[in-house]
Design a protein. Structure first.
Length: 415
């Protein structure tokens, strides 16, 4: 039986694993390292976060993004975006150096058992652990507008479905959304030869400002300090004090988690969008129908006027809803034991432990508890340090017997 099973090998899972290994815990990490970054983002994308805010976390701070980039002959400079492909390669380098061997199999079901947890992996092996850290990233929480959910994948997809946009060359594609994912996807589509438009509910697009220089007069730094989430005292609080954020009233936390750092495009993307992408702002999809050759969208404008739009494919870049009910790998009885907050996400305590003793959460699913930083790589450092401290506390208070490892034959429908 392991002390800790880390489910997921993205930035949060790898960071938690690095801190757990350094703490001497008996550890198993399951998942394909950096899978969403490697498989679900098309070539040509860049990180929106600054390089200094994009480090995975190890206790000694040795395995940083700038260190990796320097080894590749590239400088990670403030104000210059890092390609997603380079960040994914950095994550693999981090995994090789800062984490015990990662088991690339997938956990298909997690259940609570006496003394801990039982995890079934995709080949039927059953593993046991006293505690579990769920770091499943964003893919289980894909959000698609209700009007589009009845259409099949040939008509509608989510932006996270695409590791390659080349198949849309020469086609008419409508991207739904007004944030970075929508705008960068649209720009890449247009640059690869698709006829592309962005349809957004808001009446205008928001664009982030060019970040100010790191070296500034003291009074400018005091007025708008740099942080891992951008400039300003509010962003500094979200980025650097998630433990204090958790002490805010639940209603306040929920409101901030839902609205802070809302949809906006990176400053370096603006000219690419405005010169090559059609913009239909102030429109919302009310209904959608497959037409055989594409999709007919019925839209409603801000003034209530209705219009029809014909397109060959719709990409919903509409984000993720991290609710308890979408944690499908949890056995039904375990999922039912999880307390949730008002937005449907699992309730987590001060050290990221859920209402189920020994079951810890990491990443997007904790944003309502610890704030907007949990939506970004920057939040991995606080999470890893705090969560592993909580795991050690839990292990000290709950000694358990060691069950035997076994294998289980899965129904194909559950694989």
């Amino acid at each position: 039986m392991y002390d800790l099973l880390v489910v997921g090998a993205g930035p949060y899972g790898l960071s938690v694993a690095s801190h757990a290994a350094a703490a001497g815990l008996s550890l198993r990490v399951l998942g394909r390292p950096m899978a969403s970054w490697r498989d679900h983002m098309p070539p040509g994308m860049f990180l929106k976060s600054e390089p200094a805010a994009s480090n995975l976390s190890d206790p000694a701070g040795r395995w940083r993004l700038d260190t990796y980039c320097a080894g590749q002959g590239v400088r990670a400079r403030h104000g210059e975006p890092i390609p997603v492909a380079m960040f994914a390669s950095y994550g693999l380098w981090f995994a090789r150096n800062a984490v015990p061997d990662v088991d690339e199999r997938t956990v298909v079901r997690l259940s609570a058992v006496p003394g801990g947890f039982e995890a079934v992996v995709d080949d039927g092996e059953v593993l046991h652990a006293r505690t579990v850290a769920l770091a499943v990233g964003v893919l289980p929480f894909v959000e698609v507008p209700a009007a589009l959910r009845g259409l099949g994948p040939s008509y509608v997809s989510h932006s996270s479905d695409h590791g390659d946009l080349g198949r849309f060359r020469g086609r008419d594609v409508t991207v739904i959304g007004g944030g970075q994912a929508a705008l960068e996807t649209a720009a890449l589509l247009a640059e690869q030869g698709a006829r592309t438009r962005v349809l957004a509910r808001a009446g205008r697009l928001n664009w982030n400002d060019v970040p100010p220089a790191l070296e500034r007069p003291w009074w400018k730094s005091a007025r708008t300090p740099h942080s891992g989430l951008g400039c300003g005292w509010r962003n500094w609080f979200y980025a650097e004090r998630p433990g204090l954020f958790r002490r805010l009233p639940e209603t306040t936390r929920a409101r901030i988690a839902a609205t802070a750092l809302g949809p906006a495009g990176a400053w370096w993307l603006r000219h690419r969008v405005e010169t090559s992408v059609e913009l239909l702002l102030g429109h919302e999809v009310a209904a959608a129908y497959g037409t055989g050759g594409g999709v007919r969208l019925e839209t409603v404008g801000l003034g209530g006027a209705r219009a029809l739009l014909e397109t060959e494919h719709v990409i919903a870049a509409t984000g993720f809803g991290a609710t308890r009910e979408r944690l499908g790998l949890l056995a039904e009885e375990l999922r039912g034991e999880l307390a949730a907050v008002a937005d449907g996400s699992p309730e987590v305590g001060r050290d990221f432990e859920s209402s189920v003793p020994g079951l810890f959460m990491a990443g997007l699913v904790t944003a309502s508890g610890f704030g907007p930083a949990m939506r970004f790589v920057h939040g991995a450092t606080f999470t890893a340090e705090t969560l592993v401290r909580g795991v050690r506390r839990r292990l000290r208070t709950a000694p358990v017997p060691v069950p035997r490892r076994r294998r289980e034959t899965l129904d194909p429908a559950r694989r």
